[in-house]
Ligand binder design. Sequence first.
Ligand code: ZN
Length: 483
Amino acid sequence: MRLFVAALGTETNTFSPIPTGLGSFEEYLWFPAGSHPEEPRFFTGPIVAARRRAAAGGLTVIEGLAAFAAPAGLTTRHAWETLRDRLLDQLRSALPVEIVLLSLHGAMVADGYEDCEGDLLARVRALVGPRVVVGAELDLHCHLTETMVRSSDLLVLYKEYPHTDTYERAEELVDLALRAARREVQPAIGVFDCRMIATIHTTREPAKGFVARMKALEGKDGVLSVSLGHGFPWADVADLGAKVLVVTDGDPAGAAALAADFGHALRALRGRTAAPMLGHEDGIERALEMPGGPIVLADTSDNAGGGASSDATFLLRRLLERGVGNVALGPFWDPVAVGFCRFAGLGARVRLRLGGKVGPISGDPLDIEAEVLHLAEGARQLFGGGWTQLGDVAAIRIGGIEVLVNATRTQAFDPALFTDHGIRLDDKKLVVVKSAQHFHAGFAPIAKEVLWLDGPGALSQDFARLPYTRVRRPIWPLDPLPA
Ligand SMILES: [Zn+2]
């Protein structure tokens, strides 16, 4: 049996002004066909899962490219068409195959392509025909469009947010695809569109129990897989919204009915699926009143992981104005400031125009004087079993606030983001992380308390105020929940 596998994606925040070009993929995750390392990276689980399965014999794996760009604004038409066509050429050369597996995101938008993954899967299907098993692993922040579903035999989404289960889901996808190719099962997909935009944290109830119920049904009574697509709210696309996807063995009506059951259950939980969000002022106030520390404050609206600039100054400005000390904050993306710190050297005092550079969504720049505490080149942090780049970094002190400034835009994943660079956390009152939820896996264990803040920025949680024009209506909370 022959299996072709590749990985291609990004998460597109259509409100972000940061362009996504070929260089964005080369900078973030870039393995030409056949050059993927032994261990899976976050997002490349299917490649390694298929390879490990092939080691047991009876399966030949042909590996295509693996490319992923940090979440940002619209992908250029050139980048999308180049990578898509390269992947399709690799597949064409690999034919004949019985299985095609792709690791995709599901919320990638390019100039001229509102549904990149649908575009790719439809072309794959056209190339291989109806008998070949086509499957994909998707991020749960996907748009799960009709074209993606129609073109695939199998779609398996991550279940956890933070995405701690990407490799587990990849193994399930490989396993189901092999069974389908051997005609042991006949996958039938049912989808229910909840008509709602939501943030869903699976680390807490009620979403935690919802995920447990999904898992409990898998492998029983002909149910092969149950997935919840949370949707990615910061994309102005027609197919935005939360959806449930069920795969059964040869029972499309059963798949649709079970997807509808879960969908109605999710609708009943609307407004309660995420941690409560506090405004910046309330959040600072609440944290300072709490005994002990560190209190972790999530600056969710400036989360690079959702395409934000990570150079927004709103929260840092407020902390400086209030004279709050004993604070660690990061990662703060400002390559120019990192460069100045490197020129000035360790221990120097530098004048910086910090942040606010990307656009109005970043707020105004901060003109400050800082002490350079630490410098490093090519720094990185761990997430999901793999490394992600921070680029060159400078740890600086502004008054009582220690800031980790970095040159390669990314979110906070792991406390080592600070502690590797001389910023202690155990003695801090506040630790401000630029991240919406992925920080939780690494930071919750060291936090006295975690508070989620929402404010101005590219990832405002106030969905009703986002300037959507393409989203299909009605949809909650822009409209009353449709029947
Ligand atoms: Zn995601």
